[in-house]
Design a protein around this ligand. Structure first.
Ligand code: KG4
Ligand code: ZN
Length: 402
């Protein structure tokens, strides 16, 4: 089957077309087309994602990205002119136009480009449309959900509503080689989530623990901001951390000995802030001190970044080790933006290699660590086409895995 997937949960607009053959146990995936457009440059001046800007950018970008992806998959076929249309076809065309206007009434920019698109191109040979409907920024999610509804109506194809976090887990099915096996331990580390889950079979989740405050990616982003680095902060911190000493500062490892599988990253972030204030007392009195330009040396910054990164990674390693020991899973799957971090990748590899050699580790391939639609299509393949037609699908910013 061929799935066209749409992802707009945050600041990446992404569309992918995935071909899946074989069985669910032994699927063979082929990415026919894949486009990710990052909005980083739009949000950078604000130091973080601005939901309304994200919504506008998704509206502007979806149709050009769709064209690009269909072209890459050799599925972009122009309507041939001079087709004779009978009265009945004309009436049904007009009805569809009206429905399209209704679906995209809150996305006027998208409506305009979508109307042109549907006049210009024929429906592609796909079986379903997958779309991320949560979790994420609701205004951003809505654009993707409504676009999926528009495509579904105009092309007559079913929708597979898909959970973004499920996508981060299923990214590992797109790695080369043998697919992960159940039961598996899943760790999701992203800008909005830090979760450990036991997955007994496809789509059967038991949440072992999650963050009680900030997500790990959020902590990276906030610490980067304190250090005067760019947005998003994760890649910036990991870059400068390579030149720093990871034991230069003794930052706390919150909840490392809590005995459960929960996390907390807000105390670690605050500890970095206090350290910076000690190093540069003037920051204490400055308004908006966390965003004021920082005056400490590059070497010190690198030491702080490396020490923070080490503390953040140590907690993940400890909790993962605890869960691997307790549940003895066949596979350990790690996904989400933060798994692009080199230190985290190598620490997880060492942990599994040395202490849990009977478990196979799957780190999302680097092209699938950040948000993308290929992982959404993979997750949708395992969900399958719903038995009943999806009607009234809503975006759900706080959607959980269940
Ligand atoms: O999965 P993702 O792209 O979006 C969400 O679903 O949230 O994750 C984005 C997060 C951001 O917080 C970003 O700073 C972080 O992933 N990130 C990293 C690295 N690359 C991206 N964090 C640490 N090290 C990295 N190399
Ligand atoms: Zn994500």
């Amino acid at each position: 089957m061929k799935i066209l997937a749409i992802e707009t949960s945050c600041d990446e607009t992404a569309i992918s077309i995935l071909e899946a053959t074989g069985t669910k146990k032994n699927p063979v995936f082929r990415v026919l087309g894949n486009t990710v457009l990052s909005q980083i440059s739009t949000h950078r001046p604000f130091g973080g994602v601005v939901p309304n800007l994200a919504m506008r950018e998704h509206q502007k970008n979806l149709v050009p990205i769709l064209e690009h992806t269909l072209k890459e998959a050799h599925m972009l076929t122009r309507v041939t002119k001079n087709i004779t249309v009978n009265k009945k076809q004309k009436a049904s065309g007009a009805r569809l136009e009206k429905t399209l206007e209704k679906i995209l009434v809150r996305e006027p920019i998208l409506l305009e480009s979508a109307q042109k698109f549907f006049k210009k191109y024929l429906p592609p040979d796909i079986d379903a449309i997958a779309v991320t409907y949560g979790p994420g920024l609701e205004p951003a999610l809505w654009v993707g959900v409504n676009f999926a509804k528009a495509l579904s109506t105009m092309w007559g194809k079913p929708i597979i509503p898909t959970n973004h976090l499920e996508g981060h887990i299923y990214a590992s099915w797109l790695s080369e080689g043998k697919p992960p096996e159940f039961p598996l331990l899943a760790l999701i580390v992203s800008g909005g989530h830090t979760e450990l889950l036991l997955v007994k079979n496809h789509l059967r989740y038991m949440r072992l623990g999650e963050t009680r405050d900030d997500a790990i990616g959020e902590a990276f982003d906030k610490v980067a901001k304190m250090l005067g680095l760019g947005y998003p902060g994760g890649p910036e911190i990991s870059k400068i951390a390579e030149h720093g000493k990871s034991d230069a500062f003794d930052f706390p490892r919150p909840m490392i000995h809590s005995g459960d599988f929960d996390f907390s990253y807000s105390g670690l972030k605050t500890s970095v802030l206090y350290t910076l204030q000690d190093l540069e007392p003037a920051r204490k009195t400055k308004k908006r001190s966390s965003v004021a330009p920082i005056k400490i040396s590059t070497k010190r910054k690198a030491d702080i970044a490396a020490s923070f990164q080490q503390a953040a990674v140590d907690v993940l390693i400890k909790k993962s080790a605890q869960a691997l020991k307790k549940y003895k899973p066949k596979s350990f799957v790690v996904g989400g933006g933060v798994i692009a971090n080199k230190k985290l990748r190598s620490s997880l590899e060492t942990l599994v290699h040395k202490l849990f050699p009977e478990t196979t580790l799957y780190l999302a391939p680097l092209w699938l660590t950040g948000d993308n639609a290929a992982m959404i299509a993979a997750a949708a393949f395992f969900r399958g086409i719903p038995k009943k037609k999806v009607s009234g699908l809503s975006a759900n910013g706080g959607l959980k895995l269940s």
